[in-house]
Design a protein. Structure first.
Length: 215
């Protein structure tokens, strides 16, 4: 069950002996993508992705960056968190992400110099707090979509370190269980820090309670 305002989130507990441990979001996503392909349509079931130990990365930072190693997690010295996942539909392809999706035109990301779309399941994308209201287990994903005028881009990037870049009239924000993005030219996609193809149209859904992260 996804978290409600005021609920306690996370409880002490051990990572299962056969569960994988990932050092960051990128490594976690590789495991989750393989699991998605095994599950097929059953991926939408709560708990379908099992559990995963997490030692670093952007979602780990959202969880408070606990200083545990794999032995700690197996021994029960970590915390078990139910979390949502993001699912991206690109035509016939389905891709999963743990922490964030970034979509942008051009070969190189320059934050908000042109249309930039972020969809986050937690707070952070690298050093930037791009989801200041996001929660990894609320059944929704947080999107910011737009571009900044040239004279405001440096300030916007600076303010994004603390999450204070929004609200801004040129950056549209939404929180929803399903989001659609359409663009007249191909957008480059990065999922959990990994290049993942291009698309002009994408549908992004939240898979609530899909996974237990132990950190």
């Amino acid at each position: 069950m996804t978290i409600r305002p005021g609920d306690e989130w996370g409880a002490p507990g051990a990572l299962a002996a056969d569960a994988p441990v990932a050092v960051d979001d990128h490594e976690a996503r590789a495991h989750l993508q393989g699991r998605l392909e095994e599950l097929g349509e059953a991926a939408a079931r709560p708990g379908a992705f099992g559990e995963l130990g997490l030692l670093g990365g952007d979602l780990h930072r959202t969880l408070g960056a606990p200083a545990h190693d794999a032995d700690d997690l197996r021994a029960g010295r970590g915390t078990r968190y139910p979390v949502d996942l993001g699912l991206v539909q690109l035509g016939e392809r389905r891709l999963v992400f743990l922490s964030h999706l970034v979509a942008f035109p051009g070969a190189r990301l320059r934050w908000w110099s042109r249309r930039t779309v972020t969809v986050v399941n937690g707070s952070y994308v690298g050093e930037l707090d791009l989801g200041p209201r996001a929660h990894p287990n609320d059944g929704r994903l947080d999107m910011t979509d737009g571009a900044l005028p040239m004279g405001q881009r440096r300030q916007g990037r600076r303010r994004a370190r603390s999450g204070s870049h929004v609200p801004h009239p040129d950056l549209v924000t939404r929180r929803a269980a399903e989001l659609e993005v359409h663009h007249d030219r191909a957008l480059h996609l990065w999922l959990d820090g990994e290049p993942s193809g291009t698309a002009t149209d994408l549908v992004v859904r939240c898979l609530p309670d899909a996974l237990v992260v132990v950190a």
